[in-house]
Design a protein around this ligand. Structure first.
Ligand code: ADP
Ligand code: MG
Length: 243
């Protein structure tokens, strides 16, 4: 693989609903092992952007390239499962009738032994060894979130798309799980797109912030640059309550 090549490239992605462009010419690039936060107020188009990259929503125009391979664009449109992306949402919805191990192994291919080994390895990573035979309702919210993380990591996605996955957790749990999650993803060389409406979260977690408003990316750069040199008053106001 060419190291200079970004893992994820999004080029001029656009999508309208009812004649209104909710995502308007959005472009971004994320390198392997890097975290970009897509940050902006509610309704600015963050989730729609992420859903188009995932392949569950079609853009009107634009192009998405992963490791140099077009996954959505004029040449072709790959289905979600062929894109090499993982997804984590706030409603991480584990299958209630399956055990923890079955949840983690759900999307895994390979024979029984191979899958079992990978499941064990993943549960160890998220600190849940010995939980394999339990069911989701026997776990705390934080533990369930870690199972969801293990499940998302299982197929070794090249890109992890996260839509406010930590907002459902109480403050006490959130920091630990958030740090663990992003450390694991970075260590695996995954490119992470983390959607959030909380400037605080973006400042803490991002290598790069893409600030979104009204369907546009109005500014992108390192957290330090955006915080100290906001592009306009609205950007400055958005960051004013970060402490
Ligand atoms: P965010 O995640 O930043 O809060 P969204 O991407 O969910 O924003 O939504 C952006 C805008 O697009 C909102 O005004 C929302 O109501 C609208 N929207 C999203 N999905 C649809 C849809 N399927 N049909 C119509 N409007 C939609
Ligand atoms: Mg959203």
């Amino acid at each position: 693989m060419n190291v200079a090549q970004p893992r994820l490239q999004v080029q001029s992605l656009t999508r309208s609903f009812g004649g209104r462009a909710v995502v308007n010419a959005v472009s971004l690039e994320i390198a392997a092992g890097q975290v970009t936060c897509l940050l902006g107020p509610s309704g600015c188009g963050k989730s729609t952007t992420l859903r188009m990259i995932a392949g569950v929503e079609m853009p009107d125009s634009g192009r998405i390239v992963i490791d140099g391979q077009e996954v959505c664009g004029p040449a072709r449109i790959l289905p979600p499962e062929a894109r090499g992306v993982g997804l984590m949402f706030q409603d991480f919805a584990l299958f209630p009738h399956l055990t923890v191990a079955e949840n983690v192994g759900f999307g895994l291919r390979g024979d029984r032994t191979e899958r079992g080994r990978r499941i064990g390895e993943l549960l160890e990573k998220v600190n849940l060894s010995g939980y394999g035979e339990k069911h989701p309702h026997q776990l705390s919210g934080g533990e369930q979130q870690r199972v969801a993380l293990a499940r998302a990591l299982a197929p070794k996605p090249r890109v992890m798309l996260m839509d406010e996955p930590f907002s459902g957790l109480d403050n006490r749990l959130r920091d630990g799980i958030r740090d663990t999650t992003l450390e694991l993803l970075k260590a695996e060389g995954t490119a992470v797109l983390l959607v959030t409406h909380e400037p605080d979260e973006a400042m803490r977690m991002a290598d790069e912030i893409a600030l979104m408003r009204g369907g546009h990316i109005v500014q992108s750069g390192s957290p330090y640059n955006i915080y100290t040199r906001p592009a306009d008053r609205a950007a400055a106001a958005f960051f004013s309550d970060v402490n």
